[in-house]
Design a binder for this molecule. Structure first.
Ligand code: ZN
Length: 690
């Protein structure tokens, strides 16, 4: 719930076409010597609707040995959880991935054929999405080659490399796996948010089995202890199944579900504890290990409190079952890990904003009773990612605000981070063609190109540091995921965006010295409206509606402001030469509208007003005008830019002397496929069927 993705931010959309399909397997190109002499290439390749980028870790070599060693252990722990996310996304994802890896590692006369290349592209898409469903729109995708070819290609693969199920022969396996991959009727949607259907039964995610939505909802409602205001996030770390007619949770822990991977993670975390920077960090890591051993959600809360209080460390790590986007009921946490180091320079900007959190809360247009009297523990910094895995890779958030548990946020605060080197990589990989195509005139284009890069950073800072942290829920009203259900994520993201938007046109940001002038705020408004109403439609197939929470919230906000300001032409729809534009005429009036909507979304969250929340999202954030949609798709296609981006991860290599680490080197691989095959070999810690 607390992630902010760049996929829609300007940098990603500005991207020009760098089709670099020639995969270089020149290992020397990865060496440190070449890094120093060649400019860093941020774009690796493009296929389907995806681009693969690379990022750098500033000044890694200058870190001391202890810090590097700590990063290395956390890096290994992160990658040990990679398989878990595949299995969570769909129960046959690991079998599909291992089959594809076996295929791509087998030499045969087919390897140069067109169809084999299509199969390879399919494998890359599976790696990119951690499974057979699109990482963003949730639809199952299929290879472009024929099923017959796939079956033929498998005939060359030795069966000992294939993930056969117990007692299955190769022929039965091939027919099973071909069906999983090619049959559009099988698991068509990863996460369904279609409120007309049973959300669990119509979703392919592997969080429930033999259980329907009503049963699962009742199961978790019954766990809520209304006498305590320190409720854990029930269901976060387990799969809910039916055994002998009874509902049972299979808990992710040492000795439980996913034990093989978790044991290995614990091994590395325990090594990390030995080289921790300070007592607080040590305490947090120890609490994390305890939680992985017990599987108790109370222990996870204890860990989170320790983690929130660890604000002095240079190295930080998110590791666990964290975000609940992949569960249609918003309960189950997907495994992710983000290992990072602090960026001191950039952190100064975000700290200036964080220091004024109470001022922002006091000035907010939300109702007085929904304001926090004391905004606690907002800690914000810019970090540079060192490695990301699970749900956070290859597609990555650019900002993270955790923990997600509301009571911990209210009593102990939260930590907000902005992933500086990831944002930087997006910017470096960018060009200006999207701005030229979708923005109305030269004045606006110039403003967006010049001011949006900083405005984007400020939007992220404000969204994470001030937005998610602001406001409070009325007493006796449950947590948003209980009250607002499947609309909770979109409404929460919308609320945080609105806080950011409202203040991006406030002279306070200029006064604080983080923004040179209000022109940056104007650029942010130009962008938000154009992206929310036009550009983001480029990522949706014709005939479909918006399903993803962040996309829904953006359209909801932009569309609502357009409709409410229509009479006064606050935002004007213009059509010229067959092209549609939305142009902001009155920035001050738009700011007032954003303030009004912020007040309403906060009221909805505070009071748990499901009906009003549903009306906002369904009324403004879901439906797409088919005529405009078709136009946008045609305009976007001409730009030849893949709309989604993800990253190849840096590689940490310890230098060992007599069994001791004497240094850790960082490498920046250039070949996505090679990295994925390497991970598949080194971090395949789970059986194919769990
Ligand atoms: Zn957010």
């Amino acid at each position: 719930m607390k992630q902010l993705f760049i996929t829609l931010s300007l940098a990603a959309l500005l991207a020009s076409c760098h089709s670099n399909s020639t995969e270089q397997e020149n290992k020397a190109a990865n060496s440190a010597a070449n890094q120093a002499t060649e400019p860093f290439e941020h774009v690796a390749e493009q296929f389907a609707d995806l681009r693969v980028l690379r990022y750098q870790v500033k000044d890694f070599d200058a870190l001391d040995l202890k810090t590097k060693t700590l990063l290395y252990y956390l890096y290994e722990a992160a990658l040990c959880g990679r398989d878990i996310n595949y299995d969570q996304n769909y129960k046959y994802n690991l079998a599909v991935r291992k089959t594809l890896e076996a295929l791509l590692s087998t030499k045969s006369h087919d390897n140069e054929s067109e169809e084999f290349k299509q199969l390879e592209t399919y494998a890359k898409r599976v790696w990119f999405s951690n499974g057979i469903h699109h990482h963003y729109n949730n639809d199952k995708f299929v290879p472009e080659c024929s099923k017959e070819f796939f079956i033929h290609a498998l005939s060359h693969v030795d069966e000992k490399y294939l993930p056969l199920q117990n007692g299955q022969n190769k022929a039965a396996f091939v027919s099973f796996i071909a069906d999983v991959i090619f049959n559009p009727e099988i698991a068509p949607k990863k996460v369904s948010l279609d409120s007309k259907k049973d959300l669990i039964l119509s979703s392919a995610v592997n969080f429930y089995e033999g259980v329907n939505q009503a049963e699962a909802s009742a199961f978790y409602s019954a766990q809520v202890d209304s006498t305590s205001d320190e409720q854990p996030m029930y269901g976060l770390n387990s799969k809910l199944v039916k055994e002998n007619g009874k509902l049972v949770e299979k808990v992710y822990k040492v000795g439980g579900m996913y034990s093989w991977a978790i044991e290995k993670m614990v091994f590395w975390l325990e090594k990390a504890i030995e080289v921790s920077e300070n007592e607080q960090q040590k305490k947090a890591l120890q609490a994390l290990v305890t939680y992985y051993k017990t599987g108790q959600l109370k222990d996870f809360d204890t860990y989170n409190i320790a983690w929130v209080n660890d604000t002095a460390s240079v190295v930080d790590v998110v590791n666990g079952f964290i975000e609940v986007y992949q569960d249609p009921l918003g309960k189950k946490g997907s495994f992710e890990s983000v290992v990072s180091i602090k960026d001191f320079e950039a952190s100064k900007r975000i700290a200036k904003i964080g220091a004024k959190a109470q001022w922002f809360e006091d000035q907010s247009p939300i109702m007085a009773e929904h304001k926090k009297k004391k905004v606690t523990g907002i800690s914000a910094k810019v970090i540079n990612a060192v490695v990301e895995s699970g749900d956070a890779a290859p597609s990555t958030p650019i900002g993270i605000n955790l923990p997600n548990n509301e009571w911990i946020r209210e009593k102990h605060g939260s930590k907000s981070v902005n992933l500086g080197n990831i944002v930087e990589a997006y910017e470096q990989a960018a060009g200006g063609s999207v701005v030229d195509e979708f923005y109305y005139n030269e004045e606006i284009k110039k403003r967006v190109k010049e001011y949006a890069p900083l405005a984007d950073k400020l939007h992220t800072d404000m969204h994470e540091v001030i937005g998610h942290a602001s406001g409070k829920i009325d007493t006796l009203v449950g947590q948003p995921h209980e009250t607002l259900k499947n609309y909770a994520s979109a409404l929460e993201e919308g609320r945080a965006d609105l806080v950011a938007l409202y203040y991006l046109m406030d002279p306070k940001l200029v006064e604080l010295g983080v923004m040179p002038s209000l022109d940056y705020g104007k650029a942010a408004y130009d962008e938000y409206i154009t992206k929310g109403l036009i550009v983001q439609l480029s990522r949706i197939k014709l005939g479909n509606s918006l399903e993803e929470a962040h996309m829904r919230n953006r359209q909801m906000i932009a569309n609502w402001a357009y409709e409410k300001g229509k009479a006064k032409k606050v935002i004007e729809k213009k059509q010229e030469n067959g092209k549609t534009y939305f142009v902001v005429n009155d920035y001050e009036a738009l700011r007032t509208l954003f303030g009004d909507l912020l007040r309403e979304t906060q009221r909805i969250k505070s009071q748990g007003d499901y009906k009003a929340g549903k009306a906002l999202i369904e009324g403004y954030g879901v439906k797409i005008d088919p005529v405009l949609h078709k136009e946008v798709l045609a305009r976007y296609e001409k730009l030849n830019i893949a709309p989604y981006a993800g990253f190849i991860q840096p590689k940490l290599v310890p230098v060992m002397v007599d069994g001791k680490i004497t240094d850790v080197k960082i490498e920046y691989p250039k070949d996505f496929k090679a990295q994925m095959l390497e991970y598949g070999k080194n971090y395949a810690l789970l059986p194919s069927y769990n």
